[in-house]
Design a protein around this ligand. Sequence first.
Ligand SMILES: [Zn+2]
Length: 91
Amino acid sequence: MRALLFFVFIILIFVAIRFTLKRINQISAEADSEERESAPVSDDVETMVACEVCQVNLPKSEALVIKLSENAEPHFACSEAHLKTLSNKLN
Ligand SMILES: [Zn+2]
Protein backbone atom coordinates (compact mmCIF):
# COMPACT_ATOMS: atom_id res chain seq x y z
CA MET A 1 0.00 0.00 0.00
CA ARG A 2 2.84 2.36 0.88
CA ALA A 3 4.58 1.57 -2.39
CA LEU A 4 1.39 2.41 -4.30
CA LEU A 5 1.04 5.78 -2.50
CA PHE A 6 4.68 6.53 -3.27
CA PHE A 7 4.09 5.63 -6.93
CA VAL A 8 1.03 7.92 -7.12
CA PHE A 9 3.05 10.69 -5.44
CA ILE A 10 5.83 10.33 -8.05
CA ILE A 11 3.28 10.47 -10.87
CA LEU A 12 1.72 13.63 -9.40
CA ILE A 13 5.13 15.31 -9.21
CA PHE A 14 5.87 14.25 -12.80
CA VAL A 15 2.55 15.66 -14.01
CA ALA A 16 3.12 18.92 -12.09
CA ILE A 17 6.59 19.34 -13.62
CA ARG A 18 5.29 18.62 -17.12
CA PHE A 19 2.47 21.12 -16.64
CA THR A 20 4.93 23.78 -15.45
CA LEU A 21 7.30 23.17 -18.37
CA LYS A 22 4.42 23.32 -20.82
CA ARG A 23 3.26 26.60 -19.29
CA ILE A 24 6.79 28.06 -19.50
CA ASN A 25 7.04 27.04 -23.18
CA GLN A 26 3.64 28.57 -23.84
CA ILE A 27 4.64 31.86 -22.18
CA SER A 28 7.93 32.09 -24.10
CA ALA A 29 6.13 31.21 -27.35
CA GLU A 30 3.64 34.00 -26.67
CA ALA A 31 6.51 36.40 -25.96
CA ASP A 32 8.17 35.32 -29.23
CA SER A 33 5.04 35.87 -31.30
CA GLU A 34 4.51 39.25 -29.64
CA GLU A 35 8.07 40.16 -30.58
CA ARG A 36 7.43 39.06 -34.14
CA GLU A 37 4.25 41.11 -34.26
CA SER A 38 5.94 44.23 -32.93
CA ALA A 39 9.03 43.86 -35.14
CA PRO A 40 7.36 44.99 -38.40
CA VAL A 41 6.18 48.13 -36.60
CA SER A 42 9.77 49.27 -36.15
CA ASP A 43 10.40 48.54 -39.87
CA ASP A 44 7.41 50.72 -40.70
CA VAL A 45 8.93 53.82 -39.11
CA GLU A 46 8.88 56.25 -41.98
CA THR A 47 11.75 58.36 -43.14
CA MET A 48 11.28 61.93 -41.98
CA VAL A 49 12.19 64.80 -44.26
CA ALA A 50 12.45 68.51 -43.49
CA CYS A 51 10.59 71.16 -45.44
CA GLU A 52 13.31 73.24 -47.10
CA VAL A 53 11.40 76.45 -46.43
CA CYS A 54 10.36 76.21 -42.78
CA GLN A 55 12.43 73.17 -41.67
CA VAL A 56 9.35 71.37 -40.32
CA ASN A 57 9.86 67.60 -40.22
CA LEU A 58 7.22 65.44 -41.83
CA PRO A 59 6.92 61.86 -43.09
CA LYS A 60 8.33 61.45 -46.58
CA SER A 61 4.97 60.12 -47.87
CA GLU A 62 3.22 63.34 -46.78
CA ALA A 63 5.88 65.69 -48.09
CA LEU A 64 5.50 67.47 -51.43
CA VAL A 65 8.46 66.77 -53.67
CA ILE A 66 10.16 68.75 -56.44
CA LYS A 67 12.74 67.19 -58.67
CA LEU A 68 14.42 69.54 -61.11
CA SER A 69 15.49 66.59 -63.25
CA GLU A 70 15.22 62.80 -63.16
CA ASN A 71 18.67 62.42 -61.56
CA ALA A 72 18.52 65.50 -59.34
CA GLU A 73 18.13 65.29 -55.59
CA PRO A 74 14.54 65.67 -54.49
CA HIS A 75 13.52 68.80 -52.60
CA PHE A 76 10.80 68.54 -49.98
CA ALA A 77 8.10 70.97 -48.91
CA CYS A 78 5.42 70.74 -46.21
CA SER A 79 2.61 72.49 -48.09
CA GLU A 80 1.55 73.83 -51.50
CA ALA A 81 2.61 77.34 -50.43
CA HIS A 82 6.10 76.21 -49.44
CA LEU A 83 6.33 74.07 -52.57
CA LYS A 84 5.73 77.25 -54.58
CA THR A 85 8.29 79.21 -52.50
CA LEU A 86 10.78 76.41 -52.97
CA SER A 87 10.28 76.15 -56.72
CA ASN A 88 10.67 79.95 -57.03
CA LYS A 89 13.89 79.68 -55.02
CA LEU A 90 15.21 76.82 -57.16
CA ASN A 91 14.44 78.38 -60.55
ZN1 LIG B 1 7.28 74.42 -44.83
